[in-house]
Write a protein that binds this ligand. Structure first.
Ligand code: 5GP
Ligand code: MG
Ligand code: MG
Length: 187
């Protein structure tokens, strides 16, 4: 009752999300089915945890799953500068293809930090699978993104969204859909 009453508008429902995640998972399963060893799925904590959980359960490959944490956001809606890796992988990715799973790619600074980190640990390739993409907000201008395989669930309009893993001040991650908060709750 408390949780849902904070939402002004739903952008993607549970059903829409579930259908799109199935499409992404079968695309990934097809693209990597002939590759040995299978790719390692790496989520960016915390935001990617819900999407990653749904995605990997629909991927029909023998994939290890791990997390890194990259911190740049405070508790607000704006990034506070260049992210750093504050929690690292347990799985050895040397010589492995990596599928990096993100909740949302916004300015691009998180990817700009995490992709080179994975490469420095010996990943033979890094692909990105992001649930949402806000290309209109990109600041980091990667050639990188031209070179890598980029899967995305939906293009997101320029709203600060919550739910399906994404927070405002560490809450709302457990909303099963994606929405926008009522203005009085962005405080
Ligand atoms: P970037 O580094 O690309 O600017 O932002 C990446 C991270 O910022 C995302 O993984 C996410 O944690 C956070 N972020 C960016 N846009 C949004 C948004 O609209 N809502 C929420 N909750 N987090 C966002
Ligand atoms: Mg994230
Ligand atoms: Mg956040």
């Amino acid at each position: 009752m408390d949780l849902h009453s904070h939402i002004e508008k739903i952008l993607w429902t549970q059903d829409q999300i579930s259908r799109r995640v199935s499409e992404l998972a079968s695309q990934i399963s097809d693209d990597f089915c002939a590759i040995q060893p299978p790719p390692v799925v790496v989520g960016v904590a915390t935001g990617a945890f819900v999407f990653l959980a749904d995605l990997v359960r629909k991927i029909d490959l023998l994939v290890p799953v791990d997390f890194v944490r990259a911190e740049s956001y405070g508790s607000g809606t704006e990034s506070n500068g260049a992210p750093i890796i504050s929690f690292d992988l347990k799985v050895d990715i040397k010589g492995r293809d990596v599928i990096l799973v993100e909740d949302i790619v916004d300015t691009g600074s998180t990817l700009w930090c995490v992709i080179p980190h994975l490469e420095s640990k010996g990943a033979s390739s890094v692909s990105v699978c992001t649930f949402l993409d806000k290309p209109s907000r990109r600041k980091v201008n990667f050639d990188l993104l031209g070179k890598i395989k980029f899967y995305r669930g939906f293009e997101c309009p320029d709203y600060f969204v919550v739910g399906y893993g994404m927070d405002f001040a560490e809450i709302y991650r457990n909303l099963p859909y994606v929405g926008v908060l009522k203005p009085e709750h962005y405080k």
